[in-house]
Design a protein around this ligand. Structure first.
Ligand SMILES: Nc1nc2c(ncn2[C@@H]2O[C@H](COP(=O)(O)OP(=O)(O)O)[C@@H](O)[C@H]2O)c(=O)[nH]1
Ligand SMILES: [Mg+2]
Length: 194
């Protein structure tokens, strides 16, 4: 699949504004700095569609993008910086939960994990939540350009083990080299049709 058009739609901070149209959605989630904005930008071939930064943002909002006039990318609020307080987790979880439990047209959640790090408790909570509510997801191991090629399979196994999930559900990705881009776009294309 080629992404021919990608357009920012809106940002939502209040659950009552969560979009409710008839276009299917793919959501992206992960801790701050994991490479979420870079993934959205590189998949769409647009440098600044989603804002990238090296400093984690505080704003808990959902950003929507319209892709090929056919489906949406949904950028969910990032979670966890090093010292995430309970208060922050509660705020984050509120909007996130409302979105995940009420989006009828959500096809897949892409859960991003940095390939160099062991998944955190919040990553595990996210996966348990998705498993519990049977929300389809795949895991994207980001920034694989930072690993030697020979180390990538090992990193995927480690992530799979930490999250008690199957290695086949983990896609390696690099926004720098575009490794994995075609696989993810194929996955999206197949899911849009079904
Ligand atoms: N080497 C490398 N750096 C990346 C990659 N993806 C993101 N980054 C860098 O990681 C930082 C955080 O990326 P960003 O997309 O803003 O993360 P977000 O907070 O999850 O949206 C930025 O400095 C990016 O340039 C990648 O695939 N490879
Ligand atoms: Mg971001």
């Amino acid at each position: 699949m080629k992404i021919l058009s990608a357009k920012y739609l809106t940002s939502v901070v209040d659950e009552k504004n969560i979009l409710n149209d008839d276009l299917v959605e793919f959501a992206f989630v992960g801790r701050s700095n994991v490479g979420k904005s870079s993934l959205i930008n590189s998949l769409t071939g647009r440098k600044n569609l989603a804002k990238t930064s090296s400093t984690p943002g505080l704003t808990k909002m959902i950003n929507y993008f319209l892709i090929n006039n056919k489906f949406k990318f949904v950028d969910l609020p990032g979670y966890g910086y090093a010292k995430t307080g309970q208060h922050h987790i509660a705020n984050w979880a509120g909007l996130m939960e409302k979105y995940l439990l009420n989006s009828q047209l959500l096809k897949t959640v892409f859960v991003l994990i940095d390939c160099r790090h062991t998944p955190t408790e919040l990553d595990k909570m996210m996966i348990e939540f998705l498993n519990h509510y049977q929300i389809p997801y795949i895991i994207i191991a980001t920034k694989v350009d930072k690993l030697a090629k020979s180390k990538i399979p090992q990193s995927l196994s480690k992530i799979a083990k930490a999250l008690s999930t199957r290695k086949e559900l983990i896609f390696p990705y690099s926004s720098e080299t575009m490794l994995g881009k075609e696989e993810i776009l194929n996955y999206i294309e197949n899911s849009v049709e079904t």
